[in-house]
Write a protein that binds this ligand. Sequence first.
Ligand SMILES: Nc1ncnc2c1ncn2[C@@H]1O[C@H](COP(=O)(O)OP(=O)(O)OP(=O)(O)O)[C@@H](O)[C@H]1O
Ligand SMILES: [Mg+2]
Length: 200
Amino acid sequence: MNGDKNIVWHTASITREDREALLKQKGVVLWFTGLSGSGKSTVANAVEKKLFEAGKLTYLLDGDNIRHGLNKDLGFTISDRIENIRRIAEVSKLFTDAGIITLTAFISPLREDRDKVRQLLKDRFIEIFVDCSLDVCEGRDPKGLYKKARTGEIKSFTGIDSPYERPENPEITIKTGTQSVDVCAGEIVEYLIDNGFITG
Ligand SMILES: Nc1ncnc2c1ncn2[C@@H]1O[C@H](COP(=O)(O)OP(=O)(O)OP(=O)(O)O)[C@@H](O)[C@H]1O
Ligand SMILES: [Mg+2]
């Protein structure tokens, strides 16, 4: 039970620092946020591939897959959306504690929710704004979701009849409407090198 005084935090004998030394990298979350179709999954996969080829240990948590398992009991009400992000943040925290470079690809439209994740992960949180206009995203419509949102078959769709709040101070912004997947992924890897999360 939450706050139960009989639940005691157990201090592990192997620390995050020990695991990071073993892996020769720092545990960190690359939190992709942006409209549906902006390219979160596409760029996150490209980044993961580059890192894997450089011998780095990574893990990608992606929207739909999580809703099939961990969060399959959650729907799309406001409280379920908040709980969805909260669980993903807690799982990401465990992965970073394991020393893993964790990539998450969720629309995560609300600033308040993303700020909560930032507070939880502190300096191990890198917010990546996948900046792409609604017109371009809707033109791509890789899953046919915008079409359904426009006809009303899907309700509360981000960008159509539900808000997307742009990040105010993201660590990284990538412009997927004008830059290639490879260039966007390269910028993110550069950031990790420049900030000491991995060595070049
Ligand atoms: N520069 C680019 N960066 C990323 N994706 C691009 C780029 N140019 C074209 N695309 C295409 O845009 C689409 C982006 O779809 P993707 O599934 O990655 O979006 P998403 O943000 O993960 O959406 P959702 O929130 O619905 O999962 C893909 O079909 C991809 O091939
Ligand atoms: Mg996706």
